[in-house]
Design a protein around this ligand. Structure first.
Ligand code: GLC
Ligand code: CA
Length: 577
């Protein structure tokens, strides 16, 4: 595999509205990110993905952009942005922006022009259709509920929006629109951003001409997941985008790609792929239902493991997935993937080690490093997110009580991840001097940066150790490039894998069970062909590089993992000792 500048890095996602507020309006800002760069540097972060800070009416929290080359005043100014880029650069941190180009805002001047003159040049920037007989061009369901078609004022013109009606879809079939986007991307790249996270990118190719699909709910509409399976040819757009923007800048790009087709993976992240990486969402979609949240099932540890390993197999020899346990669209990973008995410091470290040591680029979402948890919403009024409010209604329509519906929303809502960052134990968690735009999780008194900073046993310190291991010259080859070999996959509650490097391996072991787990080293390693590479037959003297416990019970062929124990053991190949 050809080595790239970003391969050994650790990335971090910032959701600016909730990160740090410096001017006391209850909303996080760019100045707040700049102020916390030293914190991020100390953590070991090299790549920073910043969720949208562009001019926006915030119908979907900034994912509805009214001007791609302007900063929204709630976040600050373009000078603040330049200062952030400069300060980040000084610390060796690369900043990537959110690229939201499947749609813009209905308040973008392009859309205003399109509405004014649907048959003019800007009309072709969008999907506009005339509707004469009341029959919409197709029966697709918007991700946020209802049909994807919305009427323009009192006219007989309608426009397409796969997301909120304030997010009209851009027409990628139009080469002029594409050039417009590439110009904007190059403008940012020239300004000093290191790349992009490509939002909802799989949606830019629609199966045309528009037609109805079999309805999958009583609303007579069809889920976009089904529709997009028929969309062919997205690579023509993405390859062009790479050639005209990303490649000439040696930029890092990571795609938000759901429902990719297995055979397309090399096109996305292979040697000549359109992106550097795409997120692995296999655990996120596990247990999800097209019917709505009320019909979803939370994955168990063995499901989690299976999803991870499947993705490791798929990407081996192809490229790098970007690995996450949460982001701004998901509930908190520790509240979601860990069973009740594991929702504690020990369990949080276990989950951290298991995902972080996988092959790929690890992303940490703000607050994950201190173990921020899901919120307890007292009523639906405390939920801000459009999508969560829609799903609440879907629950009620399906016959759930209000209480049940709130429970479902509390488990899956992305507002769980959007509560303000917990910096310390002072009011509002030290996030802001004013009332924050979204309620702070009351557990900020226990869970915050200040409380963990000086504590070598804290989750924050544990993450630092993981990040350092990835950079340690002795182990970096295995941690970054080592092939992943799953071990004893059938063993309930055990997540075990080797990362096989050139002359050293990393053995990653996690016990998700509430009980101790006894393993035979010989049996464990037989799947990893240790004989061939000349590893030791016992692990008695192999160094334990990461451990969420005080010790490790091992003797001869026997190794005992305590409940929820996670360890990473370093193995030097025999012939290299
Ligand atoms: C992506 C974003 C999400 C947003 C959607 C529409 O999924 O991550 O927050 O709502 O795209 O832009
Ligand atoms: Ca502010």
């Amino acid at each position: 595999m050809k080595k790239k500048w970003w391969h050994g890095k650790t990335a971090y996602q910032i959701y600016p509205k909730s990160f740090y507020d410096t001017n006391g309006d209850g909303i996080g800002d760019l100045e707040g990110i700049t102020e916390k760069l030293d914190y991020l540097k100390d953590l070991g972060i090299d790549i920073l993905w910043i969720s949208p800070v562009y001019l926006s009416p915030f119908a979907d929290q900034g994912y509805d952009i009214a001007d791609y080359c302007a900063i929204d005043p709630i976040f600050g100014s373009m000078e603040d942005m330049d200062r952030l880029l400069g300060e980040a650069k000084k610390r060796g941190i690369a900043v990537i922006m959110d690229l939201v180009v499947n749609h813009c805002s209905d308040e973008h001047p392009w859309f205003a022009e399109a509405c004014r003159d649907p048959e003019g040049p800007y009309g072709k920037y969008f999907y506009l259709r005339q509707v004469k007989d009341g029959k919409l061009p197709c029966n697709w369901r918007s991700y946020f509920g209802g049909p994807v078609w919305e009427r323009i004022g009192e006219t007989d013109w309608y426009y397409l929006h796969l997301f909120h009606k304030k997010q009209p879809d851009l027409n990628w079939e139009n080469p002029e629109l594409r050039q417009e986007i590439y110009r904007m991307m190059n403008w940012w790249l020239d300004r000093g951003v290191a790349g992009f996270r490509a939002d909802a990118i799989i949606n830019i190719k629609k199966p045309l001409p528009f037609r109805d699909y079999p309805a999958d709910r009583e609303d007579g509409l069809c889920d976009m997941g089904t529709v997009l399976k028929d969309a062919d040819g997205i690579m023509e757009f993405l390859d062009e985008m790479r050639d005209q923007t990303l490649a000439p800048h040696d930029a890092f790009s990571v795609g938000e790609v759901f429902n990719d087709k297995a055979e397309e993976l090399p096109d996305f992240i292979g040697e000549n792929g359109c992106f550097s990486s795409i997120f692995d969402f296999s655990q996120t979609v596990e247990g999800k239902s097209a019917k709505g949240w009320y019909a979803c099932r939370v994955p168990e540890p063995d499901d989690y493991k299976r999803c991870c390993f499947e993705s490791q197999r798929r990407s081996e020899g192809v490229g790098f997935f970007s690995n996450i346990i949460e982001n701004h669209d998901e509930p908190r990973g520790v509240s979601y993937y860990l069973p009740g008995y594991a929702q504690n410091l020990r369990g949080k470290k276990l989950l951290a080690a298991m995902y972080f040591m996988l092959k790929g680029l690890p992303f940490i979402y703000q607050g994950q490093e201190i173990g921020m948890e899901n919120m307890r919403f007292a009523s639906i009024d405390e939920v801000d997110d459009v999508n969560s409010r829609f799903e609440y209604q879907v629950c009620l329509d399906a016959g759930l009580s209000r209480e049940q519906a709130l429970q479902v929303v509390s488990l899956y809502s992305r507002d769980n991840a959007r509560t303000p960052f917990q910096w310390d134990g002072s009011p509002n968690g030290g996030f802001s001097g004013a009332k924050p735009w979204l309620k702070v999780n009351p557990n900020y008194r226990e869970i915050n940066v200040r409380a963990q900073q000086g504590d070598s046993d804290s989750l924050l310190s544990f993450y630092k150790k993981l990040i350092r291991l990835r950079k340690d010259p002795q182990w970096a080859d295995a941690a970054v490039y080592g092939r992943t070999v799953p071990l004893m996959e059938e063993k309930t509650g055990l997540m075990a894998y080797l990362r096989k490097g050139e002359d050293r391996d990393l053995l990653v072991l996690g016990n998700f069970n509430a009980k101790e787990l006894t393993l035979s080293v010989r049996q464990l390693l037989s799947g990893g062909q240790m004989g061939e590479s000349g590893g030791p037959e016992t692990l008695e003297s192999a160094p334990v590089l990461i451990n969420n416990d005080d010790g490790l019970d091992r003797e001869g062929d026997t190794l005992r993992l305590a409940p929820l124990q996670a360890v990473v053991i370093g193995i030097v190949h025999k012939n290299n000792k």
